[in-house]
Design a protein around this ligand. Structure first.
Ligand SMILES: NC(=O)C1=CN([C@@H]2O[C@H](COP(=O)(O)OP(=O)(O)OC[C@H]3O[C@@H](n4cnc5c(N)ncnc54)[C@H](OP(=O)(O)O)[C@@H]3O)[C@@H](O)[C@H]2O)C=CC1
Ligand SMILES: Nc1nc(=O)c2c([nH]1)NC[C@@H]1CN(c3ccc(C(=O)N[C@@H](CCC(=O)O)C(=O)O)cc3)C=[N+]21
Length: 282
């Protein structure tokens, strides 16, 4: 039987730590504050923002949601510049998708490195690549944190990441490389994905394709981390891993929902607290 890695339980343990740290800051007169900039009325974004607000409320982080209606690139950038300069704001995240014609790199440059709790500034990714103290995108950080808390050994392990996006695949590769894993990154042009994944001790699926990873991609006993969050027609959510297919083959699997997602959201809070105590991470 494949062991299910309980992301909600891991998120709960992190939440306890964050709650303690947030209370200590409040006792010192500091209200840890995360600003969430919402530049579109995308439904999935709205759900994620509500989830951030709810999690922030539980752990004692103040959440300031800034909703912009059809902003131009210049307006969005002005907002990020203001929040970056605002001493009462410790973390800033700009939600994607962005308005047409605006890229994450364009706006990310305007989030101060020390407040860049979702690693959107291109310089944050560069710092990650060369091993400087910086915030990784919360989802990539969640992948590494789940493996760490589940005590999966990384040194020398073969890790195959499917997906090379700036938000998940690439930063996850950098984080796991820093933990001394041997990392392979696959993408849509990879020849024989099943053979490459089949070598891995750890498979990370971050594609956006429901059920792409099956038992044909998984070595017996491998740990499988499913980052995918694909909406289904009936309003549910499925991952990139076919959980039925890999059951009994994978040694352990993160479920969707209840795996990487909840850990992502609480790590935004962890990063916000860390941004207070290490304001000069940049
Ligand atoms: N739980 C969470 O917190 C989060 C979950 N997600 C979810 O993770 C998934 C990935 O998101 P994201 O990284 O933003 O997605 P992107 O669409 O930006 O990237 C997808 C990657 O998958 C690769 N890919 C596509 N098809 C295949 C294929 N058939 N075989 C191998 N590789 C393929 C693409 O390759 P190429 O580069 O060649 O196009 C690309 O590198 C989505 O389901 C998303 O919803 C995302 C962010 C946060
Ligand atoms: N720059 C950027 N950073 C992101 O972190 C980012 C993004 N862009 N774009 C959108 C995706 C999506 N995302 C999710 C986070 C948590 C859950 C989550 O907690 N999901 C619950 C399920 C909820 C349900 O059942 O509907 C779970 O997996 O258990 C889902 C999705 C972050 N994203």
């Amino acid at each position: 039987m494949t062991r299910v890695i309980d992301g909600r339980a891991i998120a709960g343990a992190i939440a306890d730590e964050v709650t303690t740290d947030a209370a200590a800051l409040r006792a010192r007169g500091v209200t840890p504050t995360l600003a969430v900039v919402v530049p579109t009325d995308d439904a999935a974004t709205a759900w994620y923002v509500r989830s951030i607000e709810r999690t922030a409320g539980k752990v004692g982080v103040n959440c300031r949601t800034v909703t912009l209606t059809n902003p131009t690139a210049a307006e969005l950038i002005d907002t990020l510049d203001e929040l970056s300069a605002d001493d009462t704001v410790h973390g800033v995240i700009c939600q994607t998708p962005l308005p047409d014609g605006v890229t994450l790199a364009d706006v990310g440059e305007h989030i101060a490195i020390g407040k860049d709790v979702d690693g959107a500034n291109p310089a944050s990714l560069g710092r990650l690549a060369i091993g400087l103290d910086t915030f990784a995108p919360a989802t990539a950080a969640a992948v590494a944190e789940i493996l760490r808390r589940d005590e999966v050994s990384l040194a020398g392990a073969e890790v195959v990441i499917v997906g090379r996006s700036t938000v998940v695949g690439k930063p996850a590769a950098l984080l796991l490389l820093a933990e001394n894993a041997t990392v392979t990154v696959c993408h849509s042009r990879t020849r024989d994905l099943a053979a490459v994944c089949g070598r891995a001790d750890i498979v990370v699926a971050a594609v956006g394709s429901p059920g792409l990873v099956t038992k044909d991609h998984v070595k017996t006993g491998a740990v499988v981390i499913d980052v995918g969050t694909n909406p289904t027609e009936d309003g549910g959510l499925v991952g990139d891993v076919d959980a039925v297919s890999v059951n009994g083959v994978a040694g352990a699997l993160t479920p969707v929902p209840g795996g990487v997602g909840p850990v992502t959201t609480i790590l935004l809070m962890r990063h916000t607290i860390d941004a207070v105590t290490h304001p000069d991470a940049g």
